[in-house]
Every structure is written in C-alpha cells, then in structure tokens.
Design a protein around this ligand. Sequence first.
Ligand code: T1G
Length: 706
Amino acid sequence: MAIFAWEVKDGVAVVTLDTPGAPVNVISRTVKEEMYEMLAALERDTDVKAVAFFSGKPDNFIAGADIEEFVQLKSAADAEQLARDGQALIDRVATFTKPIVAGIHGSCLGGGLEFALACRYRVATDHPKTQLGLPEIQLGILPAAGGCQRLPRLIGARAALDIILAGKSERAAKAFRLGIVDELVPPSILQEISIAAARRLAQAPFRRRRKGGFLGLLLDGNPIGRLLVFYMARKQVLAQTKGNYPAPLAALEAVRHGLSRGMREGLRREAQLFGQLTLSDVSRKLVQIFFATRELKKDLGAPGAPPPAEVHRLAVVGSGFMGAGIAGTTVVQVGIDVRLKDADLGRVAKGLLAARDLVNERLTRRRITKFEHARLVAFLSGSDQYTGFGGAELVIEAVFEELAVKQQVLRECEAVLPAGAVFASNTSTIPIGRIAEASRRPEQVIGMHFFSPVARMPLLEVIPTAATAPQTVSTAVGFGRRLGKTVIVVKDAPGFWVNRILGPYMNEAAQLLLSGVRPEEIDRAMVQFGFPVGPITLLDEVGIDVAQHAGEVLQAAFGERMTPPAALAALVKDGRLGRKAGKGFYQYSNGKKGGVDPAIYPLLGVQPNGGIPTAEIVQRLTYAMLNEAARAVAEGVVRSPRDGDIGAIYGFGFPPFRGGPLRYLDDLGADRLFAELQRLAERLGPRFAPSEAIVDQARSRARFYP
Ligand code: T1G
C-alpha cells in the first residue's frame, strides 16, 4: 500500500501521508524515496497549483526521522550522509515550485517539524495532542534536517534555542504565539483552512510578520546581540548538563555557525555534528532508553496477562501528601471520579484541597480551560466513611506505614468494594504479602509504589505477591500508564527495587558525613557524576525521618551491610526532618534551599575536615549501589536489566547518559568492580564485600546486556 495518497481539488493537491501498519509516521529511507516520487509527480501535474499536506494518523503528523535507522549506522560518515540525505529532501520541499501548506494535527517532532518548517505555511489544530518540537537533544543528537537553521530564522535565536537546547515540544497555542504556526484552528476545519491557505498562496505569496518585538531585534537581529544570546545559552547548558551531554553544545554551535556563515554552511555543520553525535556512547544510551520505555509501554506486567480491567472510579484511602497526590494526578491525567477517604473530615478536606491544587496548576499554566477545570474538579469527592467505594474498580491505600493499620483498611475496603475490585497499597517498606494476609481475595491485592511528589515523579513500581492474579497485575500496570507513569513490575521483597539499591548509596553518603566530609562536597560530586541532586539534598527532599524508617526496614531484612549509620537518628531527634520541616542538612527559608546548616555538625558529632577526593566519593557511593543492584537482579527483584535501569533512571534520576546502573556496571566491567569492592572492603569494612552476583559475573565475565 502506498505511503502517500493524494487527490487534486480545484488546483490543490490534498496529500495524505499514512505509513501502512505503523502507529506513527516517521521519515525512513522508504518514506524519503516515496516523497521524492510524490513531489516529482505533483510538479509535473499542471493542474496542481499548490499542495496541502496532512497525516492520515489519528494523533500524529510526523514523529521525525526513523530512530531505528540510527541504531544501524556504523560510522560518523554514514550518519553524516544520512543527515545530508534528509537535508536534501527537506530542501526539495523548501524550494518546491508550488506552495506547500502543512496541516498539522498530533505530534509534529524532529524531522517532522523540520519538514513543516520547510513548507510555505503551517496550520495546526488547537488540540492537546498537537505538539510541535525538536526533541533530538533527548536522544543525544541535534536537529539535522535544517532545524538548527530554519527555526532560528523563523522565530529568532533565543526562542529557537529555548526549544532546541531543551529538546522540548510546545503545544500548538504556544507554537502559534512563537510564530512557528501561522494559523490555529479546531480539528474539524483543519483540512478546509489548510486547503484554502494553499489556494491563497498559489495566487499571492505570503509575507510573514517578524515576531520577537524590540528585544528580539536587539538580541536576535544583530551579531552583537546574538553573541550575548549564545554566551548565555552556553552558560545555561553547562550549568544543567555539567558537560555530560555534548548534544546541546553541538546544537548551539550549529545554530551559531549557520547564523554567522549562512544556511548552506549551517546545514553542512549540522550534518557533520550529527555524524559525530549519533555514534557517541551518550546518544546510544539515550536511544536505548527511548526504545526501552517504548517496550515497557506495551508490557502488561505478567506473562500472558489479560488486558487491564477498565477503571472508571478510583478510591483512595489516606488523604495525606501521597494520597492527595494520587487523587489529584488521577483527575488531571485520567479524568475519572476519585473518592478520597480519611479518618476525619478535616483531613479529607485538606486532602481534597491539595488534590485540587494540581488541577488549579493546570489552569494557571493554561494547560486546560476554565470549563475543563470545572469538569475535572467535579471528579473529586471525599468522606470519613466508605460511602462511594461501591462503584470503584480500584482502591489505593496511602495510610500510615504500619502493618496493622493497612490490614484493617484492607478488611474495611473488601467489605464495601465490588467483588472484582483491586486493592493496591502504596507502602514503600511493608511486604505486600504481609498486608494481603488480611485479605479474603489475595489474588486482587497488589502494591503500587508511587514516588514523592506523585504528580512529578515519573516512575511507578507495581508489586504483585505470589497470590496476585495476572489480571490484577495488568490492571495496576494499565492504570499506572494512564497516569502517565513509566511502570516496572518488581518482586515483593524489602525495599522493592528503587529503595533497595538506593539504600547502600544513601548509607554510604551518611558514612562520609560521619567521616567529616561536607554535605555540599558529597552532593557536588554526585551532581557532577550526573544525578539531578546529591544524596544529602535527596535526604532533605524525601524527609530524613522517611529515609531513616526505610533504612531500618532494609537493615531488618538484610542485616549489617544495610545498617544505616546513626547520623540520621540524631537529626530526626532534633526535629530536622528536611525541607518539609524547614530544616535538615540544609537551611530553608520560605521553602527556598540555603546553605548547609552548621548546626548539623555538633548533632552528628563531627568536625568537617578537608574531605576526600571527588573520585573516591563517587566510587564509594556508586559501587555500593552497583553491588546491591547486581545482588537484587540475581534475586529476581526486577524482571530484566531493562526494568532495573529504567527504574533507577526514572525513580531517582540515575544519570541517563550512563544508561542506568546495570549498563554502567557492564561498561565498568564486573571484574574491575569486584577488585574495587575488595579494595574498599579491606579499608572500610564488610559493607563493601563483593556480592555473590558480582563474584560470579567477574568470574564468568557475564554482562547484563549482550
Ligand atoms: N523513529 C522510529 N520509531 C518511532 C519514532 C521515531 N522517530 N517515534 C515513534 N516511534 C515508534 C515507537 O518506538 C513505537 O514503536 C511506536 O512508534 C509508537 O510510539 C533529522 C534526526 C511520536 C510522541 O524523538 O516522542 O528527527 O513500540 O509508543 O505514546 O533532525 O513516539 O509500537 O514498535 O511512543 O503515541 C526525533 C520520538 C527523531 C520523537 C508518539 N523524534 N517519538 O507517542 O506512541 S530524530 C522523536 C515520540 C530526528 C532529525 C532527527 C513518541 C510520539 P512500537 P509510542 P505515543
């Protein structure tokens, strides 16, 4: 079946791109060849005065170049040629003798936007699914089909860099305000308006009004101003990436080079840089993560699991920080009824307000209209009774971390829930199997471990027990996906996956503190290594009391090697629970983080000393984590290394450019890690003793990935 189809209506060729059997359109080699043929045919057809170009996909215009083709590239020269080929096609569109109008609905990304930018005119639907952007940076590459040249020339260097350097996508309304899109229409009239525009352009050229105003002219419109823009952009990129991601700097170079040397030179530089980046280890790791998350999206969480049961009403028990976060995120992301319950109406009201804040935030950020806001808020209700639970297909409990309390809630829920309903616990420390002991139908009991804050943290751990039915697993996994979460299924073992491997890492950070290393040095070392925040800051964020409790659970389960140093207890006793208490390791005023609070040193009983080399800080913390990760994988805590790496990256920000802890371990080599752990164990104690898994891997030279 042809990829392109068209009909000519009063001089306008109405072209539809619809790649058979593919969920989205991508610009593959085949699409390129067929597009050339299509353009040649339209050029020859004298009845055709203009072209209106659409996608036949429901929610996708073009998702960019075919990422699958990158993976097959063997050399930088091949990659550069692939980019040159892409540029040639886009150039053919840009210089086409008849005006082409892009009618955009759905995702228009990467090479897809570069195609649209080469068209004479762009009409887009004002619809949440219509996103326009250049996400290449997230794959460790740069826009290489003219995006670094045409976007800055269209909307100015600053606005273009804002999109390119962050690899972000904009909603159609914002893209219209920026000048990327020329007309914004409701989906129902996209065809009509685009065809009319094409007919209009066939008669008279369209002169685009320059956007950006005086500041645009001052900064974008002249070489001096642009120097400042590039200088600031470079500074910002280095502050964010710590130099660990070469792609944004390369994109900056491609934009700068093109604006100072002209389009042709800019395109040549773009292709050259694309060649260098595509074969880089960083890009390979980020592309692996892209495909790993895609695979996970199709995985129902249990072999042969039936499709998830549809959830039309969610019930949440416990309206504290986590419960309210789950309720609000459900309303915003899924748009279904949510019934909140807690011990008294005061707490319920507080929880409903917090959940409602998440909906308000969407309105404030113009993500929803006032009408949608009213519709979503109406989904939230609550009570101090189990009224309204009768219609819920799923209940998530987020009450106090105590087994007896959770078992009581389970019993009470099972008495009112429909027979087929799923009971999920958001516990982070209690084995789900223990909670399920109180159940009359343990096959419908499961763990759904969210991370704080729920609305922002992308990962969800789903924890089935030995009794949990496959349908219950797929229902929890499916619901997690509807919440926009990346979901991994993990074993019902202490700490599950994320807290299990984070435990030794955090304990070692506390060990360093007690040896006189300053908190800011530890945090700086791990941020430079690639973490979004350091372990000490993370302790303040999650709550030092919460971390201490999680540490005790791991110690109870795994003994001495997981013993948290006494550091945390002293701070908790002093009411230093972290950001939520306005004081922790760092000082906080009006929620804003300040410097380290010197009052912690007498509490810890240490005097800060000259510290230790950054490399040793990194080794001690990461090797402690890798050692435990290998052990946990060997115990089957995660179903595959893929899940382990995605879990660590999305759960606590393990540096994506390193691919996750297990890919990082593969790169390091189990034999080298074995030797390093032995060296550390001799010097610092048995907590660094190589795990059996590392011993085996070092001996067999086995790797997690082929
Ligand atoms: N190449 C290859 N496969 C792609 C693809 C792409 N660009 N985009 C999506 N897929 C596959 C995906 O793997 C999955 O496959 C299926 O399509 C559905 O995707 C020259 C060099 C478009 C917003 O970074 O962000 O252009 O698992 O499950 O949730 O400058 O996919 O079914 O076998 O994600 O509806 C830049 C990447 C490329 C966009 C749709 N483009 N894609 O989300 O479906 S580089 C991107 C997405 C580039 C130029 C450069 C999303 C989506 P399978 P899905 P979705």
